[in-house]
Design a protein around this ligand. Sequence first.
Ligand code: OAD
Length: 235
Amino acid sequence: MINPKDHKQIVFFTGAGMSAESGVPTYRGKGGVWSRYNYEDYACRAAFERDPEKVLKFHELRRKAALKCKPHDGHTLISRIEQVFPHVTVVTQNIDGMHQRAGSRKVIELHGSLWRLRCPDHGISEDIGETYKSYSCEKCGGWLRPDIVWFGDALDREVIREATNYIGTCDLFISIGTSGVVHPAAGFPSIANANGALCIEINPEATPLSYLFNKHIREPAGTALFKLFPQFQQQ
Ligand code: OAD
């Protein structure tokens, strides 16, 4: 059992496995998004430049799928800890907004969000719903693209800086449901490890980064979180 009071700065670092129990498919492995869709056709800048409508429709499918799912008790447990202890930050690779839907407020989204669109000239707009309100910018009429970090895109520098600050100063780092193969996010556990944080990996399977963790919980996210923080389980 972990008492958040014993730690000065806590980071929950989450990947697709965190949303798996909500029913959102992971990216890799059986039934993963990239086993069904070729990312070169749907999730890179070249695909968008070739056929923006096809790429936007693919992301609408993902929005519909995410809206059919609900945050699970593990998401709620994290937000409950955050409500009591403000020194908690979620750094997520997920774009589905589940942490926010569960009530978490301090969420750093490394790979963007399914619920935002971006015009290269007129910036970012929120767009929540199954389908996008419009595929084109109301100011210039140009195509809007999902505000998501695709293959080959650089992460937002400010987002990396903020995440690195929290991870580089945390004394408890809990990684949940990531395969640890996509950089730069895959470099974060080594920052926490180098800083001497207690590093815990929650994942039913070992990952290439497992050696960086002091403790491994080989169970699904929700079950593992209840074991670590039984005091935050809803009665
Ligand atoms: P992956 O699909 O690569 O990995 C999911 C991980 O979750 C695997 O290691 C599984 O073993 C684990 N897992 C599965 N079910 C779980 C459960 N119930 N509880 C805990 N863990 C579970 O997903 P990510 O590592 O998040 O990027 O992928 C990283 C990035 O690659 C994504 O953000 C996405 C993708 O391409 C972009 O779209 C930019």
